[in-house]
Design a protein around this ligand. Sequence first.
Ligand code: ADP
Ligand code: MG
Ligand code: MG
Length: 315
Amino acid sequence: MMPVTRTGAVVLLGARDDAHVQEVARRLRAETVDTVVVDTRAFPERTRLSLTETLDGIVVDGREVGRPAAVYVRGLHGHPLAFGVDAREHMDADWRTTLTAFREKSALLSGLLGRWERMGVPLYNPPSSDWSLHKPAQLAALQAAGLPVPRTLWTNDAEAVRRFAREGRTVYKPVTGGAATRELREADLADERLAALAAAPVTFQELLPGENLRVYVLDGEVIASLRITSPSLDFRQREAVIEPVTPPPELTRDCVKACEVLGLRWTGMDLKRDADGVPRFLELNGSAMFLGFDARGGTDVAGHLTRALVRHARG
Ligand code: ADP
Ligand code: MG
Ligand code: MG
C-alpha cells in the first residue's frame, strides 16, 4: 500500500466569507499554521475538487491536501435550503436539475469527509455523528443514556397531538429547527389547524419555563457556559441578556456525556430549565455558531477551538 501523504495542514470546510471560517482561519494563520479553506459554497462553480480512488488522493484548487492534521467542518452548503445558500434563481428556472446537482455535490463532499474520518483525521465534527443531528434520534439517544430531556412528540397525527397537549403547557417547533418556537394554544387543536400536519410533521414539546443555557463542549471538556435571559419564549426573537455562568459539576458531567453519547468532538448545546429548575437538553448542534456568544458573553470558544486545531497541526 502507498504511504498516506501527511501535509500537516488544517482544513476549514465552509464558505470563505463565512464569519466563523474567517475568524478561525485568521487565528490559525497568526499561529503560522498551514491553513486550507475548502470553499463549499463556491463548489462546484469556482472551487476545484478532485478525488481519486486512493483514500488520500485529494486535490483542492490545485493543491494536494491528502491527510490533513485536522478539519473544522463549518458547513457543506449541500442543499438549496442550507444556511448560506441562495439557489432561488436556479430552482425557479429548473428545480429538478438544481436538486440533482446539489445531491451530486453533497455526495462528493460527504464522501470526502468519510475518507478523512476513515484515515483517522480529527474532524470537528465527524460524519459518523450525522445520524445524531436529527433531533428525533438525538433526544431519544440522550434520554436512553439517562440524561434529562423534555417530554416530546414528533408527529403528524392530530389525535396524538391532542392527547399530548392535555398533559400540560406545550410548545411546537420544526423537526429540523431554525424557526421560532411557539406555545400551542387551544385554537391550534382545531381540525382545520391540525390538518396542516398532513403537509409536514411537527415537534411538540413540554414547555420549559426556566432559563436558557448555552454550553460548549470541546474534546471532552466544557469550554464555555452562558445564561440567556429573554422576555420571549424563543430567545432569538427579542433582545436577550447573555452572561457567562459556572455550571455545577453534575451539569458539566451531563454536558460532556451528552456530547460523547452522540459521537460529537465538539458542540454548542441548548438547555432550558423545567419548572423544578432541572436543565433539560433541547439540542446539541453539529456546527454551532460562537462568535456572537463570545462577543456578548465574554467567552472564548474561538480561542479554544483554534488551540485544539493548532495542537493537531503541531502533532
Ligand atoms: P433550534 O434548532 O431552532 O435552535 P431549539 O430546540 O434550540 O431549536 O429551540 C430554539 C429555542 O426555542 C430554544 O433555545 C428556546 O429558547 C426555545 N424553546 C425550544 N424548545 C422549548 C421548550 N420546550 N420550552 C420552552 N422554550 C423552548
Ligand atoms: Mg439547532
Ligand atoms: Mg437551538
